[in-house]
Design a protein around this ligand. Structure first.
Ligand SMILES: NC(=O)c1ccc[n+]([C@@H]2O[C@H](COP(=O)([O-])OP(=O)(O)OC[C@H]3O[C@@H](n4cnc5c(N)ncnc54)[C@H](O)[C@@H]3O)[C@@H](O)[C@H]2O)c1
Length: 273
C-alpha cells in the first residue's frame, strides 16, 4: 500500500550518535526531519554539517537547539512544526509525523553511595536524569497525539540499553531511567492501541556503540572490551545498525509489533561469554 502523505521524523537527540544516523538514513529515504538537540559552541559546527547532509539528500532539516525536557520549549517547537505543516497543507500536501525517536543522552553518571555525599546522587540529579531520559518521552507523545501530529502508521521508538537490567557502578541513575523508559513505552503502546490510533511504540535496545555518550561513562573501557569480546559478530554495534533498523521497522506491515524491546546488537545481549 502506498503512503502518499508527507512523512516527517521527529528525532529527540538528532545531532549525534544513533539520532544523527537515523536522521540521515530517514532523510535519504524521503522523510523530512525535525531534529531536537542540545549543543553548544564547538559542537554547533557539526550540527550544521548534519543539516547540510540532510539537505544534500534532497530532504529538509528543521533543527531546534533546546532542552527537550523543557515544557515551554517543547510547546514552541511544536508550534514551529505546526506552522511548517500548515505550509505543506497550503500546498496541497498531507504532512504527519510518522517516526518519533527518543534518543536523548543526558544523565548523571555517579554512584548512589559515596564517602563524600556530594559525589553521590541527590534528588536534583536523579530527577533531572529521569526527566530527560525517560519522562520527557511521555510529554512529547501526549502533545504530538493531542496536537494531531500522529496518524495511523506512526511509530514511536525509545532508545534503551542493556543497562536497564544490569548494574554498572556509575550507571545506576541512568539505569533507573532506562527501566522507566521501557515501562513508559509499554504503557504508551497499550493506550495508543486501545484508543484505536494505529500508532505503535517500541523500545530499541542497542548494543554498546561508540558515541560521545558512551565515552562519558567512567567504565567505558571495560564496557567496550566486554562488548567486543561477547558480541558473536566480532564487532560492536554502530549507529548505522540502529538507523537501518528504525527505517526497516518504519516500513509497511509492522503495525502489529507493539510494546516490545527490540534488540539491535548482533546477538550481544543473549551471548553469555
Ligand atoms: N552509545 C551506546 O552504547 C548506547 C547503547 C544503548 C542505548 N543508547 C542510548 O541511545 C540514546 C542515544 O545515545 P547516543 O549514544 O547516540 O548519544 P550521543 O551523545 O551521540 O547523542 C545524544 C543526543 O542527545 C542530545 N541531547 C542530550 N541532552 C539533550 C536535551 N536535554 N535536550 C535535547 N537534546 C539533548 C544531544 O544533543 C545529542 O544529539 C541514549 O538514550 C542512550 O542511552 C546508547
Amino acid at each position: 500500500m502506498t503512503d502518499d502523505r508527507e512523512r516527517w521524523a521527529l528525532i529527540l537527540g538528532a545531532s549525534s550518535g544513533m539520532g544523527e544516523a537515523s536522521a540521515l538514513t530517514l532523510a535519504a529515504a524521503g522523510y523530512r526531519i525535525c531534529g531536537i538537540h542540545l549543543d553548544f559552541r564547538a559542537a554547533l559546527a557539526h550540527v550544521e554539517q548534519v543539516k547540510a547532509k540532510i539537505a544534500a539528500a534532497g530532504s529538509e532539516a528543521l533543527y531546534l537547539n533546546m532542552n527537550a525536557a523543557d515544557d515551554d520549549r517543547r510547546a514552541t517547537a511544536l508550534a514551529t512544526l505546526r506552522e511548517r505543516f500548515d505550509r505543506s497543507r497550503a500546498d496541497g500536501r498531507h504532512p504527519y509525523v510518522r517516526v518519533v525517536m527518543h534518543s536523548l543522552a543526558f544523565g548523571s553518571l555517579i554512584p548512589f553511595l559515596a564517602e563524600d555525599p556530594k559525589a553521590g546522587v541527590d534528588r536534583k540529579k536523579m530527577e533531572m536524569t529521569q526527566d530527560v531520559m525517560a519522562n520527557s518521552l511521555v510529554y512529547w507523545v501526549q502533545d504530538l497525539w493531542g496536537g494531531g501530529f500522529l496518524e495511523p502508521g506512526s511509530k514511536i521508538y525509545a532508545m534503551t540499553s542493556e543497562g536497564s537490567s544490569r548494574v554498572v557502578p556509575s550507571y545506576g541513575v541512568v539505569s533507573s531511567a532506562k527501566a522507566a523508559l521501557e515501562s513508559h513505552i509499554r504503557q504508551l503502546a497499550m493506550e495508543l492501541a486501545k484508543l484505536g490510533t494505529g500508532v505503535t511504540a517500541n523500545s530499541i535496545r542497542a548494543g554498546v556503540t561508540l558515541t560521545p555518550a558512551l565515552m562519558k561513562i567512567p567504565e567505558k573501557d571495560a564496557i567496550i572490551a566486554s562488548a567486543t569480546k561477547r558480541n558473536p559478530t566480532g564487532r560492536m554495534t554502530t549507529p548505522q545498525d540502529v538507523a537501518n533498523t528504525i527505517l526497516a521497522l518504519s516500513g509497511e506491515g509492522t503495525e502489529f509489533i507493539n510494546g516490545e524491546i527490540i534488540g539491535v546488537d548482533g546477538g550481544e545481549f543473549v551471548t553469555g561469554s
